[in-house]
Ligand binder design. Structure first.
Ligand code: HEM
Length: 147
C-alpha cells in the first residue's frame, strides 16, 4: 500500500513543483517585463484547477506515509529521531505554503494591478522555493536524512 501512496505523492509533487517552476521561470519574467497581468491570470486560472487538488493529495498522502513511517504523532512536532525531524520540516514547509497562499489570495490577488505585481512575485517565488525544499526533504526519507 505504501508504494502506491508514494506513487500518488510523487505524481502530485511533479504537478505542484513543476507548475510553480514553469510559473517562475517562464510566466513571471514576461509578466514583470510587460506588466501584462492577463498572462498571469490565464496561467493561474488553468494551473489552479490541477494545482490545488494536487496539494490536497500531497497533504493526505504525506500524512498517511508519515504515520506509516513514524506512528508516534507526538514526535512529529517534538522530533527525537531523523525521520520524525523530516516530518517536522514537511509540516513547517506546509504551514509556510498555506500562509503565503492565504495572504496572496486575501490581500494581493483581489486588487491585482501593475503596481502590486512585485508583491505577488514575492509570494510566488518563496512558494516555489518551498516546493523544491519539499522534494529535497521528501527524498531524504529514503537517503537517510538531509545531511
Ligand atoms: C507540495 C508538497 C509536497 C511535495 C512537493 C512533496 C514531495 C515529496 C517527494 C518528491 C518525496 C520523495 C519520494 C521518494 O523518495 O521517492 C516525498 C516523500 C515523502 N513526503 Fe512529501 N511532499 C509534499 C508534501 C508532504 C507533506 C505535507 C507531508 C506530510 C506531512 C509529506 C510527507 C512525506 C513522507 C513521509 C515522504 C517519505 C515517503 C517514503 O519515502 O516512503 N510530504 N515527498
Amino acid at each position: 500500500m505504501h508504494k502506491y501512496i508514494l506513487m500518488l505523492h510523487i505524481i502530485s509533487a511533479t504537478i505542484w513543483a513543476g507548475g510553480h517552476l514553469i510559473l517562475v521561470f517562464t510566466i513571471l519574467p514576461k509578466v514583470l517585463n510587460t506588466k501584462n497581468i492577463e498572462i498571469l491570470i490565464r496561467f493561474e486560472s488553468g494551473f489552479e484547477k490541477i494545482g490545488i487538488p494536487s496539494l490536497i493529495v500531497q497533504v493526505i498522502t504525506g500524512v498517511w506515509m508519515a504515520y506509516d513511517l513514524v506512528p508516534d504523532i507526538k514526535s512529529w512536532l517534538l522530533p527525537h529521531e531523523p525521520l520524525a525531524h523530516l516530518i517536522t520540516y514537511k509540516i513547517f514547509l506546509l504551514l509556510l505554503t498555506i500562509g503565503l497562499a492565504i495572504d496572496a489570495r486575501l490581500r494581493i490577488i483581489p486588487k491585482l494591478n501593475e503596481n502590486n505585481l512585485k508583491s505577488l512575485a514575492f509570494h510566488i517565488i518563496p512558494v516555489t522555493i518551498i516546493a523544491v525544499l519539499f522534494i529535497i526533504v521528501g527524498v531524504s526519507f529514503r537517503t537517510g536524512g538531509l545531511f
